[in-house]
Design a protein. Structure first.
Lengths: 158, 248
């Protein structure tokens, strides 16, 4: 897959250059800023993708938190938000779960276009129409700090 | 044959007359006998749905899955630009300033309105509140939810945003909004059961044109809306998907 790299023009402040390798072997260069953007109270981030993970619909909260424009997001792969800190095993588990027709829920650190990040509790379900999976619906909500700390200790500690 | 129309019990009491006027309009539009039956509670309404005693319903989104998957209902229309939003409220004297200040063992005053309660519980998750840690104090009306807060019987209360804003200014002066949802996509809708689906297109056309006549505008005003928009099959399916993601 081809996802546009994050460039220095997109970020401000100190950043680290990282490379993400996707399941198909393709790579993306991203610039990572060590600054969290707080998840706003009361919001839900909602998106719908096709079977290949391309975003077909998203709400305003999705656009606002991603720092991309809606035009940049529609048609892009959902993994445009992938943060290099999240192990690929997490995404492998996510995809195998939803492709099997089941619901997946977990904590995710998302990467914004400006290199900063935000944490979410994500729930993803297959969208089934006439008995066939035609895509996936994702809803993210504000997570518990305690649960994020537990996740970081379990999955992200070096 | 008399068809049965009903309205989700969470509609504002000030709109009761509006729904009876709407039902009269409905009979004239379809040239069918339609009786409006209002239920006092969601459980009574569920019993009516389960026993096939409902042909048309202005449905809470939490009931969409049951109506579509088990009872063969289809969407017809929903209020345009009219989403359900929830507010979490504390007593004005409460030391709690943010959701994260709450303990997981919080006492919640709430009504039986399922979508509001779902949104409310999601907004408490950052405080590690879960259905098993919280104590729920169910009240019949939002006024009684407010009273539970003012009397110190509950730490937080869940309100439909519109209902909270309709409380008297005296009551609201003793309360404080902790957080308001901005979800935008949880919405009620009109749905038709199998015995009424032959009328879907005629009814849809009439509903979409309702705001183009003075009489229609008055009916809409009495329901608290400005206009209807089509509630397509895909909209209904999306609502069902959305509620599924929110209830885990």
């Amino acid at each position: 897959m081809v996802i546009k790299d994050i460039t220095a023009a997109d970020v401000s402040g100190d950043y680290e250059t990282r490379e993400i390798t996707f399941h198909d072997g393709s790579t993306r260069t991203v610039l990572v800023v060590d600054e969290e953007v707080p998840y706003p109270d009361g919001r839900l981030i909602v998106s719908v993708t096709d079977l290949e993970g391309r975003i077909t619909e998203c709400n305003k909260s999705f656009v606002d938190m991603s720092a991309y424009s809606r035009e940049e997001l529609i048609g892009a792969q959902q993994c445009i938000l992938r943060h290099p800190d999240i192990p690929s095993e997490i995404y492998a588990d996510l995809w195998s779960t939803i492709k099997a027709g089941n619901k997946w829920q977990g904590y995710i650190k998302n990467l914004r276009k400006d290199g900063r990040y935000y944490w979410v509790l994500a729930t993803i379900i297959p969208t089934v129409r006439d008995g066939e999976i035609v895509g996936y619906a994702s809803v993210r909500r504000k997570p518990s700090r305690k649960k994020i700390e537990e996740f970081v200790a379990q999955h992200l500690s070096a | 044959m008399t068809l049965i129309n009903t309205v989700s019990p969470d509609f504002p009491p000030t709109h009761i007359a509006g729904w009876f006027i709407f039902n009269t309009w409905l009979q004239n539009t379809l040239n069918e006998r339609v009786r409006l039956e209002l239920h006092d509670s969601f459980s009574q309404q569920q019993d009516a749905i389960q026993s096939d005693g409902v042909d048309m319903i202005y449905a809470n989104p939490a009931d969409a899955a049951l109506l579509v998957r088990e009872k063969g209902f289809v969407g017809v229309a929903r209020p345009a630009n009219h989403a359900d939003e929830a507010v979490i409220v504390v007593a004005d004297s409460s030391p709690v300033q943010a959701v994260e200040d709450l303990s997981p063992e919080v006492r919640i005053a709430l009504t039986a309105q399922p979508d509001v309660n779902t949104m409310g519980m999601i907004m408490l998750e950052p405080a590690d509140v879960t259905p098993s840690t919280a104590t729920k104090l169910e009240r019949d009306t939002y006024v009684l939810v407010a009273k539970a807060l003012m009397d110190g019987d509950a730490d937080v209360g869940f309100f439909l945003k519109d209902a909270y804003e309709n409380l008297s200014s005296i009551v609201r002066s003793k309360l404080r909004v902790l957080v308001t949802s901005d979800i935008q996509v949880v919405r009620h809708g009109l749905m038709l059961g199998p015995r009424m689906q032959q009328h879907r297109q005629v009814l849809l056309d009439a509903l979409l044109n309702m705001n183009s006549t003075e009489n229609g505008k008055e009916i809409l005003s009495n329901l608290g809306f400005d206009a209807w928009e089509e509630f397509r099959s895909e909209d209904v399916e999306f609502m069902i998907d959305l509620m599924e993601t929110l209830t885990t």
